[in-house]
Design a protein around this ligand. Structure first.
Ligand SMILES: Cc1ncc(C[n+]2csc(CCOP(=O)(O)OP(=O)(O)O)c2C)c(N)n1
Ligand SMILES: [Mg+2]
Length: 1106
């Protein structure tokens, strides 16, 4: 039965309040004896439950067994094997050294009898005690008092069967004072080697069934289990000094005071307050304090809405006035800027006053999409560790904060967990903190999960889970301390489950009684944690009531002062909210200058030679024969000075590495490459794990290259790489999908972070997404990266032709949200990768990559196209007979990607090279309006066609069609009235009318009243205009502002102001573009190769005809 299913009914049941001992030992009136178990542990362990246990009558029998087991574990029965393995047996002095607090069983006179050797009952009873101890360790958390509201009691399926196991062994009241030797698997004795049964039960009860529920016995490491046992069982671990208690109280006061202050000042604002789980703030601080003490210098946090502001204020110590300004800004803005204050990140460096060490704290900007930030935080953490040379995660760590419903509901949590121990993805231990308010919006746990706890996902990676009652601050602090020490010791994940409640609705405006009436009746009567703790400390004499009040009043004063300061602020500064500032990156850079991407030919030759060579110790390193052939083929290409796709990529990577740019490529099977073309990692055929990666050995002083096969996850791994790319702009970070089709399982990362991160959070990223794409008859799931979706999210206005100048391309790039490209040559692939770093800013690059082109004989580039003087080509014009005699060309086929090769082949077969020009659009977005216009002008008399192999509702068509029309409509420099309408937002007519409207021009006479077209305004002097007119037209344009290189305007790809270009597509030039290709389709491809070929032929027939 589900744990949460018990909700109220169980809370009220008598069972709910029983302590573990009573429950464990059963209080059935008919049973006089308290049931316990000896074999329980053993039997649960090895399922030899039916084995009659310990019939031997002397300790020597056990010792004999033990000796036999030492010689050969399989020589004893499995139950003995399990018993000895469980480390419960302590051998006599002649077999092993005596442990400090233990004595050999044979030397222990337990029953008070005079005999030297215990009888079988004594042995059984001891084993029973050991099993009881083990049961507490395994299942104590099930009935610990975790819920401050006492509603939910764990009701795990295992419970019932456990009882039946206990039934085999029993103790009576008369046994309570009997002394029992403690096994080495417990620390409850402290320095005592034995304890009376009553005391054993009491201590276990306190450790495992009080306000902390430790879930750890599933961990496969005995060392780790013992480590945890020691941290919780050792007597006195929960004793806090008065100073420590006062610190907890002070922190809790701030956490509580902050929410109260916001509630008072902004009563009608949503703030997703932490009330009911305020202890999370002191908890985070404790984790940070202990971690800092243990050497951590930088903490990167990811968290959702709940308690975010409190965390920023009281954990990061972000100035309160900056936080309050967010509220003020919202009130004033009133324009749907939304709940930005729960999403912006922050970065703070400050002195940790407890440890007196400097510490950096970052909270990563996150979208509303719960848990999506998890892998991003991990990637950022990993990158910081990398750049600091922190190979073991001793200096940089991450903390992930979760809601209970999201933690168990969102699959990305699982995917992220699975990165935790992978060599190239680990952050060496993350502390997860679940703000478990036992509700998700309006849904209670019994309807939101099928697992007993919301934290069960962490069990898959053997992470210990510390459940703790959020109303017991000292228990919480202890758990946090242990968690921080755990991470520092084992460098593995762990989870703190702060079981609290939510005092208000989902937000402060929601009415929770609609859906959780009984729960909220309880909550209304429940004192808050601060008051409970203050009462406790007052009662025990640690603080006085006056002190409590004065701490609270002091904090309120601080808030009031910040509130007053916030009122004087006039605007929000985004730089205050950056989670990874790139200090120095933009400084002194010309934001419109791209460094050259071509390199010296000798560099290419050097890289090529290295890339095609076996390791220097080739004689010892046995390489697969097939790979020897690959290397030889590469070498032949280098000698011929041409590159295929893999070589072009290696040239880009190698040359960047030479320039000190770190390159990281990650994704499924990227080391070899899905299509077996890359082979960056050569494997010794005879020695396991012996590998060679030539790109790591290009130059002695090169930057590090890392290529990593990832787990089979898109969501987490793409998020991880995005986080990695955010950390340092001087790195080329690439994620490759196995096939582009699979990238949609990472859609939230694409939508929420990659396409929109900069506009939402001023967060730049130069991440490259490599998406194998191409309709090649491989079926509907191996054909398309869904180019259309990326294009649909591109932010350039389809109806607006930006002003032309030498800086057209770079200005477009500067202002676009991302770049989408589909290259057809290795050289262009090489250049666009290098351009990512050559740009003076960072933009994500969505790159369709080929499959069959990887080995296509024509898809090769000469070194001359990659060497100095060469550059990325946004459009590759026709270079054949058609271009030589452009006016005779009847048709221009524009296309992108691999279909180009099919088109050229068909054109050659039909001998139409003179009549048909084929132009490749390599950079689809931002759209090369200027070059398309130029090409169209070149072939003045030709019909224009867009050919694509994707279905009509897919691929580029919907993106390029309106942009072609815009480009064609500007076949002459715009300066007249056709553009004037674009500045009027009153007559917005959207049409995709393809027909010709040659005479459709606005009256020039109106032009003076309207704003000037951009081109004439920007180049006013060329046109005889003045800057004065330029500035007056819209009231917005300011030449100085727009041409100040440090202040590049952000609307190059769309008209100035808030209005979009109207979308009237009437071409006065009379030219149009028509579509040729597949009809609309629901799927990305047909499953049948034959049909694919039929459709492709139809497309080629259509496109290549005059
Ligand atoms: C991926 C995703 N799905 C749905 C939502 C809508 N939503 C916002 S908060 C919330 C409940 C979250 O519950 P929990 O994780 O327990 O956090 P709490 O609000 O209780 O702190 C939901 C469903 C969302 N933000 N993200
Ligand atoms: Mg919740």
């Amino acid at each position: 039965m589900h744990r949460a299913h018990t909700a109220f009914s169980l809370a009220l049941s008598p069972m709910a309040h029983k302590n573990f001992a009573t429950w464990l030992l059963s209080s059935n009136s008919s049973q006089k004896l308290i049931k316990a178990t000896a074999a329980a542990a053993v039997r649960t362990y090895n399922s030899a439950a039916a084995e009659p246990f310990a019939n031997g009558s002397t300790a020597s029998y056990v010792e004999e067994m033990y000796n036999a087991w030492l010689r050969d574990p399989s020589s004893v029965h499995t139950s003995w094997d399990a018993y000895f393995r469980s480390n419960s047996y302590v051998s006599p002095p002649n077999l092993a050294p005596v442990q400090a607090n233990t004595l050999p069983l044979s030397a222990f006179n337990l029953g008070g009898a005079v005999s030297a050797a215990p009888d079988s009952k004594t042995i059984d009873d001891h084993l029973a005690v050991q099993a009881i101890i083990r049961s507490y360790q395994i299942r104590g958390h099930n009935i610990a008092h975790l819920d401050p509201l006492e509603i939910n009691t764990p009701d795990l399926p295992g419970n019932t069967s456990t009882k039946s196991i206990y039934a085999n062994f029993s103790f009576g009241e008369q046994d309570m004072e009997r002394q029992f030797k403690l096994p080495s698997t417990t620390f409850i004795g402290g320095d005592e080697a034995s304890l009376p049964l009553k005391e054993i039960l009491n201590r276990l009860e306190n450790v495992y069934c009080n306000k902390i529920g430790v879930e750890f016995m599933f961990i496969n490491s005995l060392e780790q289990c013992n480590w945890i046992r020691k941290r919780f069982e050792t007597p006195g671990v929960l004793n806090f000094t008065p100073e420590e208690k006062r610190l907890i109280l002070a922190r809790l006061t701030r956490a509580t005071g902050f929410e109260a202050f916001l509630a008072k000042k902004y009563s009608s604002e949503k703030r997703f307050g932490l009330e009911g789980c305020e202890i999370m703030i002191p908890a985070l601080k404790e984790i940070i304090d202990v971690s800092t003490e243990l050497g951590v210098e930088s903490v990167i946090m990811g968290m959702p809405h709940r308690g975010r502001l409190n965390t920023l204020a009281n954990v990061c110590r972000k100035p309160l006035n900056q936080i309050f300004t967010q509220f003020a800004g919202l009130e004033a803005a009133d324009d749907g800027s939304g709940d930005v204050k729960y999403h912006l990140g922050t970065y703070i460096e400050r002195l940790n006053r407890v440890t007196n060490k400097n510490i950096r704290l970052a909270v990563v900007a996150n979208p509303s999409h719960l848990e999506a930030v998890d892998p991003v935080v991990q990637g950022k953490t990993r990158a910081e560790q990398f750049y600091r040379g922190d190979q073991e995660g001793k200096k940089v760590m991450s903390i992930l904060i979760h809601g209970d419903a999201a933690f168990c509901g969102q699959g990305v949590v699982y995917e992220t967990m699975h990165l935790s121990d992978l060599p190239d993805y680990t952050t060496h231990g993350t502390i997860h903190v679940v703000a478990n308010n036992q509700i998700g919006f309006t849904t209670d746990p019994r309807f939101s999960r099928s697992s007993p706890y919301c934290t069960d996902v962490a069990r898959v990676v053997n992470a210990p889970i510390f459940h703790v009652n959020a109303d017991d601050p000292e228990a919480v602090m202890h758990v946090c301390k242990v968690a921080a020490e755990w991470r520092a010791t084992f460098h593995k994940d762990c989870v703190i489950d702060l079981v609290g409640y939510r005092r208000n609705g989902h937000n402060e405006i929601d009415e929770p009684m609609f859906t959780q009436p009984l729960m909220y009746q309880k909550i209304r009567k429940h004192k808050n944690c601060l008051d409970l703790y203050a009462d406790k400390l007052i009662a025990e004499g640690t603080v006085t009531g006056e002190e409590v009040k004065s701490v609270a009043a002091k904090y309120e004063n601080i808030c009031e002062e910040a509130f007053a300061l916030a009122k004087t602020e006039t605007h929000v500064k985004y730089k205050d909210w950056l989670d990874s500032p790139w200090s120095g990156f933009f400084e002194g850079k010309d934001p419109l200058k791209v460094a050259p991407t071509g390199v010296k030919e000798e560099t290419l030759i050097h890289i090529g030679n290295r890339f095609s060579s076996p390791p220097p110790n080739a004689a010892e390193f046995v390489i697969h024969k097939g790979l020897m052939r690959v290397l030889a083929a590469r070498k032949a290409m280098v000698d011929e000075k041409v590159a295929d796709w893999a070589l072009g990529e290696a040239m880009a990577f190698g040359s960047l590495l030479k320039e000190g740019i770190h390159v990281r490529l990650s994704g499924q099977d990227v080391e070899r490459g899905t299509f077996s073309h890359r082979h960056h990692v050569l494997h010794h055929q005879l020695v396991d794990k012996a590998t060679y990666n030539s790109l790591q050995h290009m130059y002695p002083d090169q930057a590090p290259y890392s290529v990593s096969n990832s787990s089979l996850s898109e969501y987490a791994v793409l998020g991880f790489e995005h986080g990695y790319s955010m950390t340092n702009p001087n790195a080329l970070v690439l994620w490759e999908a196995q096939f582009g089709d699979f990238s949609n399982t990472a859609q939230a990362i694409i939508d929420q972070f990659i396409s929109s991160g900069q506009s939402k959070w001023v967060r730049q990223s130069g991440l490259v997404m490599l998406l194998p794409h191409g309709m090649e008859g491989m079926g509907p799931e191996h054909s398309s990266c869904r180019l259309e979706r990326f294009l649909q999210m591109s932010s350039d206005d389809p109806d607006y032709f930006p002003p032309e100048s030498d800086e057209f391309a770079i200005r477009q790039l500067h202002d676009i949200n991302w770049i989408v490209a589909n290259c057809t040559t290795p050289a262009n692939y090489y250049h666009i990768l290098r351009r990512q770093i050559a740009l003076p800013f960072r933009k994500p690059l969505i790159l369709c990559t080929p499959k069959s082109l990887l080995r296509h004989p024509e898809a090769k580039s000469p070194f001359s196209e990659m060497s100095e003087g060469s550059e990325f080509l946004r459009i590759i014009p026709d270079r054949g007979p058609a271009a030589d005699n452009a006016s005779n060309v009847k048709k221009v086929v524009f296309c992108t990607g691999r279909v180009y090769y099919d088109l050229t082949k068909a054109r050659t077969e039909k001998q139409l090279e003179k009549e048909i020009a084929i132009v490749r659009v390599e950079q689809v977005s931002p759209f090369p309006f200027d070059l398309v216009k130029e090409q169209a002008n070149l072939y003045k008399n030709a019909e224009l066609v867009w050919a694509q192999e994707e279905h009509k509702n897919q691929g580029c068509w919907t993106y390029v069609q309106p942009r072609f029309l815009t480009a064609l409509n500007h076949s002459r420099d715009i300066s007249q009235s056709d553009e004037q309408s674009t500045f009027s937002n009153t007559t917005t007519t959207t049409t995709t009318d393809n027909t010709n409207h040659e005479s459709d021009t606005d009256s020039d006479s109106n032009s003076d009243k309207k704003s000037k077209p951009w081109l004439s305004r920007m180049f006013a002097s060329d046109k005889g205009d003045t800057v004065a007119t330029a500035t007056s037209a819209t009231g917005e344009f300011n030449a100085a502002k727009h041409f100040d290189l440090k202040n590049v305007r952000h609307d190059f790809n769309r008209p100035a102001g808030d209005a979009a270009a109207p979308g009237v597509r009437k071409t006065k030039t009379g030219r149009k573009i028509s579509y040729t290709g597949r009809a609309c389709g629901a799927s990305t491809a047909t499953g049948s190769k034959a049909q694919h070929i039929r459709e492709l032929n139809a497309l080629l027939n259509d496109a290549i005809s005059t």
